[in-house]
Design a protein around this ligand. Structure first.
Ligand code: ATP
Ligand code: MG
Length: 332
């Protein structure tokens, strides 16, 4: 089975609809056909300051949500990044084969650092893409199922794998992006120029899977649209409505074309009302399932322990090979 790796940051109390449709849902769907490694990337989370108690809790909540969404630790490897030291070890190697100019071109760093001024950003935020490359290459992953926002980072991972291979000899599989066209970029409901994001300035445009259903319904009903009346998919001129149609189609099974036909002659209010109901019913039991998993912390710890053990065993030979190729003396 082809190998798949992906990760999610424990940077919020709940996944949002973009995380779910762009990433997590596909991880669940890929479990049987692929050999999946799914990781709560706590080391990525500390690229911005985190409260330790909150971080600890959010890592548990992230894993519980992955299980509630349908990941099955019998069929995939679910683990926490900091439990496998190889990620940080290989990240250093990646840092040393990345050009400073190359890293400076990463748009996510530019966007995230601009919020507080580049001078206030950590070096960790700058080297985030190299840690991400290490995450993927450490497991010789063939595919990386992520949202569209990660495409540039994945391109860098591929460049680094190829660079290492051509300098030091075949070592890493060159990973391919696995990005679903229709759901790879879910937009903020209040600001359809930006992607829905855990670290958005305002929560108003965010559908959080663990939020009160009434709050989510209200957010959908007050989503930003446009001054027309026609329900039509047109990303350029109608980004708000197009985003709602994308979400609707992803959850409903009907295509966007079919939805356009079904809502011909209807107003935006009808679309929003139906979509709000669909979202509420789709995630109706998600919170309960997540809470039930969190209520058994020993079971969760056992899943983490087993996942870390499997991940460490998979990572070790690749790290050894990379170290050897680089000219590091064997540790005997
Ligand atoms: P942050 O803003 O803190 O980076 P995030 O919302 O981007 O948070 P991540 O943990 O960085 O969440 O990303 C987890 C996965 O979700 C990644 O594969 C990412 O590409 C995907 N993803 C994030 N936002 C969206 C979105 N709006 N649409 C589709 N996929 C998304
Ligand atoms: Mg992100």
């Amino acid at each position: 089975r082809p190998r798949v790796f992906s990760g999610i940051q424990p940077t919020s109390g709940s996944f949002h609809l973009g995380n779910y449709l762009g990433a997590v849902r596909n991880w669940v769907a890929m479990q049987d056909e692929f050999d999946g490694l799914y990781c709560v990337v706590d080391q990525h989370a500390i690229t911005v300051e985190q409260d330790p108690a909150v971080l600890r809790r959010r890592s548990q909540v992230a894993a519980a949500q992955l299980l509630a969404a349908g990941l099955d630790p019998q069929r995939c490897t679910l683990f926490v990044q900091s439990h496998v030291p190889g990620h940080a070890q290989l990240a250093w190697v990646m840092n040393c084969i990345t050009g400073f100019g190359e890293a400076s071109r990463m748009t996510q760093f530019k966007d995230k650092s601009a919020r507080h001024g580049v001078g206030a950003a950590t070096v960790g935020l700058f080297t985030y893409p190299m840690l991400m490359a290490a995450d993927i290459l450490l497991y010789q992953a063939d595919y990386v199922p992520v949202g569209e926002d990660q495409r540039q980072h994945l391109e860098l991972s591929r460049d680094l794998a190829q660079r290492f291979n051509s300098r030091y000899g075949e070592t890493f599989v060159v990973p391919k992006p696995y990005i679903i066209k229709d759901t790879g970029k879910i937009l903020d409901l209040q600001d359809p120029a930006s992607k829905m994001s855990k670290s958005a300035e305002s929560e108003a445009g965010l559908i959080e899977l663990l939020a009160d259903p009434k709050v989510n319904a209200k957010k959908i009903k007050s989503a930003v649209t446009d001054a027309e009346r026609e329900i039509r998919f047109d990303e350029e001129n109608k980004p708000g409505i197009s985003n709602l149609l994308r979400i609707y189609a992803a959850l409903d099974g009907r295509s966007i074309k079919e939805l356009e036909r079904a809502y011909a002659g209807h107003g935006y209010g009808d679309l929003k009302k139906d979509l709000a109901e669909l979202v509420v019913s789709t995630f109706g039991a998600f919170k309960e399932r997540t809470e039930a998993i969190l209520a058994e912390p020993d079971k969760l710890d056992a899943i983490f322990a087993e996942g870390a053990q499997r991940a460490r065993a998979l990572a070790a030979p690749t790290l050894d090979l990379a170290y050897d190729r680089l000219g590091f003396l064997p540790a005997v």
